[in-house]
Design a protein around this ligand. Structure first.
Ligand SMILES: [Zn+2]
Length: 321
Protein backbone atom coordinates (compact mmCIF):
# COMPACT_ATOMS: atom_id res chain seq x y z
CA UNK A 1 0.00 0.00 0.00
CA UNK A 2 1.22 3.48 -0.82
CA UNK A 3 1.20 5.63 2.28
CA UNK A 4 0.42 9.29 1.94
CA UNK A 5 2.00 11.77 4.27
CA UNK A 6 -0.35 12.96 6.95
CA UNK A 7 -2.01 16.08 5.58
CA UNK A 8 -3.13 17.76 8.82
CA UNK A 9 0.26 19.17 9.64
CA UNK A 10 2.15 21.19 7.07
CA UNK A 11 5.75 20.14 6.55
CA UNK A 12 7.94 23.13 7.39
CA UNK A 13 10.81 21.75 5.35
CA UNK A 14 10.49 19.32 2.47
CA UNK A 15 11.70 15.93 3.67
CA UNK A 16 15.12 15.13 2.30
CA UNK A 17 15.42 12.64 -0.55
CA UNK A 18 16.75 9.34 0.68
CA UNK A 19 18.14 6.49 -1.33
CA UNK A 20 15.37 3.80 -1.34
CA UNK A 21 17.72 1.22 0.12
CA UNK A 22 18.34 3.47 3.13
CA UNK A 23 14.74 4.27 4.08
CA UNK A 24 14.84 1.90 7.03
CA UNK A 25 18.06 3.43 8.35
CA UNK A 26 18.29 5.82 11.27
CA UNK A 27 17.46 9.46 10.46
CA UNK A 28 20.41 11.62 11.35
CA UNK A 29 18.08 13.98 13.24
CA UNK A 30 17.56 11.38 15.99
CA UNK A 31 19.53 11.89 19.17
CA UNK A 32 22.17 9.21 19.83
CA UNK A 33 21.01 6.13 21.70
CA UNK A 34 18.87 3.02 21.48
CA UNK A 35 15.55 4.28 20.05
CA UNK A 36 15.37 5.86 16.60
CA UNK A 37 12.96 6.67 13.76
CA UNK A 38 13.74 5.76 10.15
CA UNK A 39 12.88 7.61 6.92
CA UNK A 40 9.49 5.92 6.34
CA UNK A 41 7.66 8.09 8.89
CA UNK A 42 4.40 9.51 7.45
CA UNK A 43 4.17 12.26 10.08
CA UNK A 44 0.96 10.82 11.56
CA UNK A 45 1.86 12.30 14.97
CA UNK A 46 1.01 9.08 16.85
CA UNK A 47 4.38 8.53 18.56
CA UNK A 48 4.52 12.17 19.57
CA UNK A 49 1.31 11.99 21.62
CA UNK A 50 1.76 8.41 22.83
CA UNK A 51 5.33 9.11 24.05
CA UNK A 52 5.73 12.88 24.14
CA UNK A 53 8.83 12.66 26.36
CA UNK A 54 10.71 10.76 23.64
CA UNK A 55 9.48 11.80 20.20
CA UNK A 56 9.30 15.18 18.50
CA UNK A 57 8.89 16.50 14.96
CA UNK A 58 11.88 17.65 12.94
CA UNK A 59 11.70 18.51 9.23
CA UNK A 60 8.28 16.97 8.73
CA UNK A 61 8.97 13.63 10.36
CA UNK A 62 9.23 12.20 13.85
CA UNK A 63 12.56 11.74 15.61
CA UNK A 64 13.75 10.69 19.02
CA UNK A 65 14.75 13.93 20.75
CA UNK A 66 15.39 12.36 24.17
CA UNK A 67 16.14 8.73 24.90
CA UNK A 68 13.77 7.29 27.51
CA UNK A 69 15.64 7.03 30.79
CA UNK A 70 13.00 5.84 33.21
CA UNK A 71 10.66 2.86 33.20
CA UNK A 72 7.55 4.91 32.39
CA UNK A 73 9.13 6.74 29.43
CA UNK A 74 10.56 3.49 28.08
CA UNK A 75 7.15 1.82 28.29
CA UNK A 76 5.57 4.74 26.42
CA UNK A 77 8.31 4.65 23.77
CA UNK A 78 7.61 0.94 23.26
CA UNK A 79 3.85 1.64 23.12
CA UNK A 80 4.65 4.13 20.33
CA UNK A 81 6.78 1.50 18.59
CA UNK A 82 3.88 -0.97 18.76
CA UNK A 83 1.41 1.66 17.50
CA UNK A 84 3.46 3.16 14.65
CA UNK A 85 1.49 2.35 11.46
CA UNK A 86 4.60 2.27 9.29
CA UNK A 87 6.87 0.38 11.69
CA UNK A 88 9.28 3.32 11.51
CA UNK A 89 10.43 3.15 15.14
CA UNK A 90 13.31 0.83 16.03
CA UNK A 91 15.81 0.09 18.76
CA UNK A 92 19.52 -0.59 18.16
CA UNK A 93 19.32 -3.45 20.66
CA UNK A 94 16.28 -5.71 20.43
CA UNK A 95 14.05 -4.86 23.41
CA UNK A 96 13.70 -7.57 26.07
CA UNK A 97 10.75 -9.68 25.03
CA UNK A 98 9.14 -9.11 28.45
CA UNK A 99 9.33 -5.32 27.90
CA UNK A 100 7.83 -5.57 24.42
CA UNK A 101 5.11 -7.87 25.71
CA UNK A 102 4.31 -5.43 28.52
CA UNK A 103 3.89 -2.65 25.94
CA UNK A 104 1.65 -4.78 23.72
CA UNK A 105 -0.39 -6.04 26.68
CA UNK A 106 -0.93 -2.51 27.97
CA UNK A 107 -3.44 -1.89 25.16
CA UNK A 108 -6.23 -0.95 25.35
CA UNK A 109 -5.07 1.91 27.59
CA UNK A 110 -7.58 3.94 29.65
CA UNK A 111 -7.40 7.57 28.49
CA UNK A 112 -8.34 9.25 31.74
CA UNK A 113 -9.97 7.15 34.44
CA UNK A 114 -11.46 10.15 36.21
CA UNK A 115 -12.65 12.36 33.35
CA UNK A 116 -13.41 9.72 30.73
CA UNK A 117 -14.08 6.48 32.60
CA UNK A 118 -14.43 3.49 30.31
CA UNK A 119 -12.75 5.06 27.26
CA UNK A 120 -9.66 3.24 26.02
CA UNK A 121 -7.09 3.86 23.28
CA UNK A 122 -6.59 0.59 21.39
CA UNK A 123 -3.11 1.33 19.95
CA UNK A 124 -1.85 -0.83 17.04
CA UNK A 125 -2.50 1.85 14.40
CA UNK A 126 -2.73 0.40 10.91
CA UNK A 127 -1.20 1.64 7.69
CA UNK A 128 -4.32 0.40 5.93
CA UNK A 129 -6.22 3.27 7.56
CA UNK A 130 -3.28 5.71 7.37
CA UNK A 131 -2.70 5.36 11.10
CA UNK A 132 -6.21 5.88 12.45
CA UNK A 133 -6.50 5.77 16.24
CA UNK A 134 -9.21 3.43 17.45
CA UNK A 135 -11.06 3.72 20.75
CA UNK A 136 -13.10 1.34 22.89
CA UNK A 137 -16.02 2.69 24.92
CA UNK A 138 -17.31 0.53 27.76
CA UNK A 139 -21.06 1.00 27.99
CA UNK A 140 -23.72 -0.82 30.05
CA UNK A 141 -25.92 -1.10 26.94
CA UNK A 142 -23.11 -2.63 24.90
CA UNK A 143 -19.50 -1.66 24.32
CA UNK A 144 -18.57 0.31 21.22
CA UNK A 145 -15.41 0.20 19.15
CA UNK A 146 -14.80 3.45 17.28
CA UNK A 147 -12.82 2.67 14.11
CA UNK A 148 -10.45 -0.27 13.99
CA UNK A 149 -6.84 -0.93 14.87
CA UNK A 150 -4.53 -3.32 13.05
CA UNK A 151 -5.76 -6.83 13.75
CA UNK A 152 -4.03 -8.36 16.75
CA UNK A 153 -5.23 -11.49 18.51
CA UNK A 154 -3.87 -10.46 21.94
CA UNK A 155 -5.70 -7.14 21.67
CA UNK A 156 -8.89 -8.94 20.63
CA UNK A 157 -8.60 -11.14 23.72
CA UNK A 158 -8.10 -8.18 26.04
CA UNK A 159 -11.08 -6.36 24.47
CA UNK A 160 -13.10 -9.51 25.10
CA UNK A 161 -11.98 -9.46 28.76
CA UNK A 162 -13.40 -5.93 28.98
CA UNK A 163 -16.80 -7.20 27.88
CA UNK A 164 -16.33 -7.46 24.11
CA UNK A 165 -17.97 -5.19 21.57
CA UNK A 166 -21.63 -4.71 20.59
CA UNK A 167 -21.15 -2.09 17.85
CA UNK A 168 -18.15 -1.26 15.71
CA UNK A 169 -18.63 2.24 14.37
CA UNK A 170 -16.68 2.99 11.20
CA UNK A 171 -16.66 6.78 11.21
CA UNK A 172 -16.02 6.93 7.47
CA UNK A 173 -14.53 5.05 4.57
CA UNK A 174 -12.66 6.82 1.75
CA UNK A 175 -11.35 4.16 -0.56
CA UNK A 176 -11.73 0.97 1.39
CA UNK A 177 -9.00 2.21 3.71
CA UNK A 178 -10.44 0.71 6.88
CA UNK A 179 -8.30 -1.63 8.96
CA UNK A 180 -9.56 -5.23 9.02
CA UNK A 181 -13.22 -4.43 9.84
CA UNK A 182 -14.46 -7.86 8.76
CA UNK A 183 -11.80 -9.70 10.73
CA UNK A 184 -12.54 -7.70 13.87
CA UNK A 185 -16.32 -8.01 13.61
CA UNK A 186 -16.08 -11.75 13.08
CA UNK A 187 -13.70 -12.19 16.01
CA UNK A 188 -15.70 -9.97 18.36
CA UNK A 189 -19.09 -11.00 16.99
CA UNK A 190 -20.27 -7.40 16.76
CA UNK A 191 -22.28 -5.34 14.29
CA UNK A 192 -20.39 -2.98 12.03
CA UNK A 193 -22.09 0.39 11.59
CA UNK A 194 -21.33 2.51 8.52
CA UNK A 195 -23.26 5.13 6.59
CA UNK A 196 -24.51 3.63 3.35
CA UNK A 197 -22.87 6.42 1.32
CA UNK A 198 -19.44 5.21 2.46
CA UNK A 199 -20.02 1.53 1.78
CA UNK A 200 -17.32 0.10 -0.51
CA UNK A 201 -16.42 -3.39 -1.72
CA UNK A 202 -14.81 -4.60 1.51
CA UNK A 203 -17.62 -3.17 3.63
CA UNK A 204 -20.50 -4.23 1.36
CA UNK A 205 -21.78 -6.68 3.97
CA UNK A 206 -21.64 -4.45 7.05
CA UNK A 207 -24.46 -5.36 9.39
CA UNK A 208 -25.92 -1.85 9.91
CA UNK A 209 -26.02 0.63 7.03
CA UNK A 210 -27.15 4.04 8.18
CA UNK A 211 -29.63 5.76 5.87
CA UNK A 212 -30.59 9.43 5.75
CA UNK A 213 -29.29 12.23 7.92
CA UNK A 214 -29.74 10.82 11.41
CA UNK A 215 -29.06 11.28 14.22
CA UNK A 216 -29.05 7.62 15.15
CA UNK A 217 -29.07 6.27 18.68
CA UNK A 218 -26.70 3.49 19.80
CA UNK A 219 -27.59 3.78 23.50
CA UNK A 220 -29.65 6.12 25.67
CA UNK A 221 -26.76 8.60 25.85
CA UNK A 222 -24.81 7.74 22.68
CA UNK A 223 -25.76 8.98 19.26
CA UNK A 224 -24.25 9.13 15.81
CA UNK A 225 -24.35 12.50 14.06
CA UNK A 226 -24.13 12.69 10.27
CA UNK A 227 -21.21 15.02 9.54
CA UNK A 228 -20.72 14.82 5.75
CA UNK A 229 -17.94 16.66 3.99
CA UNK A 230 -14.75 14.69 4.61
CA UNK A 231 -16.71 11.89 2.99
CA UNK A 232 -20.42 11.82 2.15
CA UNK A 233 -21.12 9.24 4.83
CA UNK A 234 -18.89 10.55 7.63
CA UNK A 235 -20.41 10.28 11.09
CA UNK A 236 -19.30 11.48 14.52
CA UNK A 237 -20.12 9.63 17.72
CA UNK A 238 -21.46 11.82 20.52
CA UNK A 239 -21.41 10.45 24.08
CA UNK A 240 -23.67 12.81 26.03
CA UNK A 241 -22.85 11.62 29.56
CA UNK A 242 -19.10 11.83 29.06
CA UNK A 243 -19.40 15.03 27.00
CA UNK A 244 -17.11 13.66 24.34
CA UNK A 245 -17.38 13.52 20.56
CA UNK A 246 -15.42 11.08 18.41
CA UNK A 247 -15.06 12.95 15.16
CA UNK A 248 -13.17 10.55 12.88
CA UNK A 249 -11.51 12.85 10.32
CA UNK A 250 -14.33 15.40 10.40
CA UNK A 251 -12.68 17.82 12.83
CA UNK A 252 -9.28 17.13 14.29
CA UNK A 253 -6.82 18.88 16.58
CA UNK A 254 -3.20 19.25 15.54
CA UNK A 255 -0.36 20.60 17.61
CA UNK A 256 0.84 22.99 14.91
CA UNK A 257 -2.35 24.20 13.28
CA UNK A 258 -5.02 23.76 15.97
CA UNK A 259 -8.45 22.71 14.70
CA UNK A 260 -8.41 21.30 11.17
CA UNK A 261 -10.82 19.67 8.72
CA UNK A 262 -7.99 18.04 6.75
CA UNK A 263 -8.94 20.19 3.73
CA UNK A 264 -6.79 18.38 1.13
CA UNK A 265 -8.72 15.19 1.76
CA UNK A 266 -12.17 16.72 2.04
CA UNK A 267 -14.79 15.53 -0.40
CA UNK A 268 -16.50 18.93 -0.03
CA UNK A 269 -15.08 21.70 2.18
CA UNK A 270 -18.31 23.82 2.19
CA UNK A 271 -20.34 20.77 3.18
CA UNK A 272 -17.82 19.87 5.85
CA UNK A 273 -17.94 23.37 7.34
CA UNK A 274 -21.75 23.11 7.49
CA UNK A 275 -21.26 19.87 9.41
CA UNK A 276 -18.80 21.57 11.77
CA UNK A 277 -21.58 24.07 12.52
CA UNK A 278 -23.68 21.17 13.80
CA UNK A 279 -21.13 20.67 16.57
CA UNK A 280 -21.99 24.08 18.02
CA UNK A 281 -25.36 22.68 19.09
CA UNK A 282 -23.91 19.73 21.02
CA UNK A 283 -22.76 19.92 24.62
CA UNK A 284 -19.30 18.36 24.75
CA UNK A 285 -15.91 19.16 26.19
CA UNK A 286 -13.70 16.59 24.51
CA UNK A 287 -12.84 16.02 20.87
CA UNK A 288 -11.32 12.63 20.16
CA UNK A 289 -10.36 12.43 16.47
CA UNK A 290 -9.13 9.51 14.40
CA UNK A 291 -5.93 11.40 13.56
CA UNK A 292 -4.18 13.89 15.78
CA UNK A 293 -4.61 14.69 19.39
CA UNK A 294 -7.40 14.35 21.87
CA UNK A 295 -8.42 17.73 23.15
CA UNK A 296 -10.27 18.88 26.23
CA UNK A 297 -12.01 22.27 26.17
CA UNK A 298 -12.34 24.14 29.46
CA UNK A 299 -16.11 24.21 29.06
CA UNK A 300 -18.86 24.36 26.48
CA UNK A 301 -18.34 28.10 26.06
CA UNK A 302 -14.68 27.67 25.14
CA UNK A 303 -15.65 24.84 22.78
CA UNK A 304 -18.13 27.07 20.95
CA UNK A 305 -15.81 30.06 20.80
CA UNK A 306 -12.90 27.98 19.39
CA UNK A 307 -15.10 26.24 16.84
CA UNK A 308 -16.77 29.57 16.00
CA UNK A 309 -13.41 31.25 15.40
CA UNK A 310 -12.27 28.32 13.28
CA UNK A 311 -15.42 28.53 11.12
CA UNK A 312 -15.04 32.26 10.69
CA UNK A 313 -11.43 31.82 9.56
CA UNK A 314 -12.35 29.09 7.08
CA UNK A 315 -15.34 30.98 5.65
CA UNK A 316 -13.23 34.10 5.15
CA UNK A 317 -10.53 32.03 3.41
CA UNK A 318 -13.18 30.59 1.08
CA UNK A 319 -14.62 34.01 0.31
CA UNK A 320 -11.16 35.26 -0.71
CA UNK A 321 -10.57 32.45 -3.22
ZN1 LIG B 1 -10.37 10.11 6.43
Amino acid sequence: MRAHRFPGIKAVVQPQKVNPKDVRQRRSENIDGDFFVDHTCIDCDTCRWVASETFARVDGMSVVFKQPNCKEDRLQALQALVSCPTGSIHTEQPPASADLLEAKNSFPIPIDEHKLPGVYHCGFHSLESQGTASYLIIHPQGNILVDTPKYNEGLAHRIEMLGGVRYMVITHNHKDDVADPGKWSKRLNCDRVLHHQDVKASTANVEIKLEGNGPWSLASDVMLIHTPGHTEGAVSLFHKSLKVIFTGDHLIMTKLSGLSILDPFSHSVPKQLKSVEKLLELDFQWIIPAHGRRFEFKDSQEKNSMIGEFLQKKYSQISQT
